[in-house]
Design a binder for this molecule. Structure first.
Ligand code: MN3
Length: 196
C-alpha cells in the first residue's frame, strides 16, 4: 500500500479569514505531503506496507527499532494532519443532541469543555496538538507533543488542534490564542462524532 493524501475537503480559500489560503496551500501541499512521502519511502519493501495508517501508528511502540522512528515521526504527523483536515469544515457545523450530551457528561458543561480546550491549547509549550480523545468510556482533553498520536497509547483520537506555528503564523504571528478561538468555528462536529 502506498499512502496518499486525501483530497482537501474544502477549497484552499474556504477557511478565510480564519485560516488564510497561503497557509492552507503550504500546510497541506508542502508539510502534509512531505510526511506522506517520507513514510512511504521508509516502509517500502517491509511487511508493514500493506497496513492501514491507523494499524501502523497503533503499533509504533512495538515496531523494530529501524522503523519505530520513521513511523512515529512521519506516520504520526501524517495521521495527525489527516485528522486535523477531516475534522475541519468551512462554516459552522452544529453539534447533534447526542454529541452535546456526551460532552456534558464528560466535562460537566460545554462551556467547561471549551474553557479547558482553549487553556490547554494556549499553554501547550512549543509544537504539538491539543486533543479531544476517547480513553475507555471517557472523553479527555490532552496535549501531545510534536508527532505523538493517541493511537500510540491505546486511545482514540477525535479532534486535534495543530498549534505548531506553521498552522497559523502567516496570519496570526505570535497571537496563538486568536487562532485557537477562530478555529473553533471551523470544527466539523459531525466528523468528530463519527469517531466516537
Ligand atoms: Mn501541521
Amino acid at each position: 500500500m502506498t499512502f496518499t493524501l486525501a483530497p482537501l475537503p474544502y477549497a484552499t480559500n474556504a477557511l478565510e479569514p480564519i485560516i488564510d489560503t497561503k497557509t492552507v496551500e503550504l500546510h497541506y501541499g508542502k508539510h502534509h505531503q512531505t510526511y506522506c512521502d517520507k513514510l512511504n519511502a521508509g516502509i517500502a519493501g517491509t511487511e508493514y506496507e500493506t497496513q492501514t495508517l491507523e494499524q501502523l501508528v497503533s503499533q509504533t511502540n512495538t515496531l523494530p527499532d529501524n522503523l519505530k522512528t520513521i513511523v512515529r515521526n512521519h506516520g504520526g504527523w501524517l495521521l495527525n494532519h489527516n485528522i486535523y483536515r477531516a475534522t475541519m469544515i468551512a462554516g459552522w457545523s452544529a453539534p447533534s443532541d447526542n454529541f452535546k450530551a456526551t460532552i456534558e457528561k464528560s466535562f460537566g458543561s460545554r462551556d467547561e469543555f471549551q474553557k479547558q480546550f482553549v487553556t490547554n491549547a494556549t499553554n501547550l509549550f512549543g509544537s504539538g496538538r491539543t486533543r479531544l480523545e476517547k480513553d475507555g468510556d471517557t472523553l479527555k482533553i490532552t496535549n501531545y507533543p510534536n508527532q505523538e498520536n493517541p493511537l500510540m497509547y491505546g486511545k482514540t483520537p477525535l479532534l486535534g488542534l495543530d498549534v505548531r506555528e506553521h498552522a497559523y503564523y502567516l496570519n496570526y504571528q505570535n497571537r496563538r490564542a486568536e487562532y485557537i478561538n477562530g478555529r473553533r468555528s471551523l470544527i466539523n462536529r459531525s466528523a468528530v462524532e463519527k469517531s466516537l
